[in-house]
Design a binder for this molecule. Structure first.
Ligand SMILES: CC(C)(COP(=O)(O)OP(=O)(O)OC[C@H]1O[C@@H](n2cnc3c(N)ncnc32)[C@H](O)[C@@H]1OP(=O)(O)O)[C@@H](O)C(=O)NCCC(=O)NCCS
Length: 193
């Protein structure tokens, strides 16, 4: 469990727990998605369906792909609220490598700037290191005008690799990557064994 430590205001020291998404979270995730992204697409519904189909184990042949949807839960005024989510996959990369692809990440406005996205990304990285020790990097695409998300990913160690012109209609996409931490991988293995 991670503690939200906003320097002032109502979010001081609220506990945040990360867990896998359940069917019951679907509506909350859709509301966060609708508030965060100006699109008719309901990507998160598809991700939840993919994660249900692969059940965290992965679909095989011709390519191994596993989809996960993690949610951040905050306890507030005696209620458990969904503060944000991260959908990610483990998928092939190039001809022989495997990578972690962060597909969707969003935090409800009232919980922003309190470390929720960072807690989700940390959880994804730790889970990936445990489940997919062969994955050497994490990657994602971000809109070129989404400066807040770019700053957040930079604070988490992602760097820009490539600009993909007009990937989002008239807007470019930036591909960001982060090498997954090999020393940490060793420690996790030791802890488990
Ligand atoms: C981008 C987003 C996920 C960040 O979530 P968050 O929970 O507020 O992020 P965190 O609190 O974990 O922030 C971690 C770091 O990112 C950077 N950051 C986050 N929000 C920032 C902002 N508004 N301005 C500048 N830097 C910011 C800071 O370095 C921050 O660390 P700090 O608070 O110690 O300075 C959230 O703003 C969001 O949901 N936006 C809409 C959806 C979206 O753009 N998703 C990403 C699509 S690729």
């Amino acid at each position: 469990m991670v503690r939200l430590m906003k320097k002032c205001g109502a979010l001081l020291a609220l506990p945040v727990t990360i867990r896998s998404c359940s069917e019951d979270d679907c509506q909350s995730l859709q509301s966060i998605e609708a508030a965060c992204f100006d699109t008719e697409e309901h990507a998160i519904v598809d991700r939840i369906e993919d994660s249900r189909k692969t059940a965290g184990k992965g679909r095989r042949g011709p390519f191994f792909v596993a989809t996960f949807v993690d949610v951040a839960i905050v306890a507030m005024d005696g209620e458990e609220l969904v503060a944000g989510y991260c959908a990610w996959t483990c998928e092939p990369f190039g001809t022989s490598d495997t990578c972690i692809h962060v597909m969707n990440l969003a935090v409800a406005e009232k919980f922003r700037r309190s470390g929720v996205a960072s807690a989700l990304l940390k959880h994804v990285e730790e889970t990936a290191l445990e489940k997919f020790p062969c994955a050497a990097l994490a990657r994602l695409l971000v809109r070129s005008d989404n400066i807040v998300a770019q700053q957040m990913y930079a604070s988490f160690g992602f760097s820009e690799i490539e600009r993909i012109p007009e990937y989002y209609g008239s807007l470019d996409a930036l591909e960001l990557r982060k090498a997954l931490d090999l020393p940490k991988r060793g420690k996790l293995r030791k802890r488990k064994g």
